[in-house]
Design a protein around this ligand. Structure first.
Ligand code: ZN
Length: 312
């Protein structure tokens, strides 16, 4: 029996459930990277352990999402609280994996090709969530994820996805150059501080490599719009509470002369909200609903122009 026929016998929900478990397991690994990478620790050794009492966590206490609720968010040995962030990242990547599987894996037809597309898109989504969380907690975007991501995006588009070689290369290069020249170096020339972080330019280059021209523009605009909105809300809330200059998370930011660590202009984002998570959100929106939003937008614009013309 042919492989596609065999797979078409598996109920759809079982395939999606497998994708969810696979995603949550990679969410578990994302948590390790989020905690350890900024501290320059190995992501492989030692195994998972409680950060308070250093007791190793057994596999049965380390089941993505479920263990957090079974143990009520506490270490079995010392009772120290685990951040809900761990379970949230696992749940998020589990659900995103189901979403990617639903979009990429065909009900019938060439399943192996769909599977290749699934792995490419899940790798991109994993990178988005991991980078967003590291930026949220540490105000840094790790080269070690984003730079290989650019290469993977270009290769994937050349051999598996639809954009080919030229568009991802140009989109990645153009995104990096525009952000670097206008929003970082140009902005610094005028105001004395960069308007965006150096990591944001590389992150957008990765978007270009995976999503092409349309996707990188969409993610930039959607990210900027939502970032500005949340930033404005946070300025109001924190000004009211008189904590405008306190960091969002406990980890304090170290500013160094290293170009990558220069804090972007605080007038640009008064509440010190990192931009990376919003860019990642914009990219996710493009993957899952970009087509619908763009169509709705062009329809609305069409109606608007039609009405404007009728005024005269
Ligand atoms: Zn403990």
């Amino acid at each position: 029996m042919e492989i596609n026929e065999l797979i078409s016998l598996i109920p759809r929900w079982q395939i999606l459930l497998a994708a969810g478990i696979f995603g949550a397991l990679w969410g578990s690994f994302a948590n390790v990277v989020i905690v350890r990478w900024p501290m320059e620790l190995s992501v492989v050794r030692p195994g998972s352990h409680c950060l308070s009492c250093k007791t190793p966590i057994h596999w049965y206490d380390n089941i993505p999402v479920l263990s957090f609720f079974i143990l009520r968010g506490k270490c079995r040995h010392c009772g120290a609280r685990f951040s809900f962030r761990y379970a949230a990242v696992e749940l998020m990547l589990g659900l995103l994996s189901v979403g990617v599987a639903q979009v990429t894996l065909p009900q019938s037809g060439d399943f192996l090709f769909g599977l290749a597309a699934y792995f490419v898109w899940f790798a991109f989504v994993w990178a988005l969530v991991t980078v967003a969380m590291i930026d949220l907690v540490h105000y840094l975007i790790p080269d070690v994820i984003v730079l290989p991501g650019i290469v993977v995006g270009i290769l994937a588009n050349t051999f598996i996805l639809r954009l080919g070689l030229l568009e991802p290369v140009i989109a990645a290069g153009a995104a990096f150059a525009v952000i670097r020249l206008l929003f970082i170096d140009g902005y610094r020339l005028i105001t004395g501080r960069p308007g965006m972080g150096a990591g944001d330019a590389k992150l957008l280059a990765m978007f270009g490599a995976f999503l092409g021209y349309e996707g990188v523009l969409f993610a930039l605009f959607a990210g900027a719009l939502q970032g500005a909105f949340v930033g404005a809300v946070m300025v109001v809330v924190r000004r009211r509470d008189g904590e405008l200059n306190e960091p969002i998370f406990e980890e304090e930011l170290e500013e160094t002369e290293d170009d990558d660590n220069v804090v972007p202009d605080s007038r640009f984002r008064k509440a010190r909200v990192p931009f990376g998570p919003f860019l990642a959100l914009g990219a996710l929106e493009y993957i899952f609903v970009g087509e619908y939003l763009l169509r709705a937008y062009s329809l609305a614009l069409g109606h608007f122009m039609y009405n404007v013309q009728n005024l005269f």
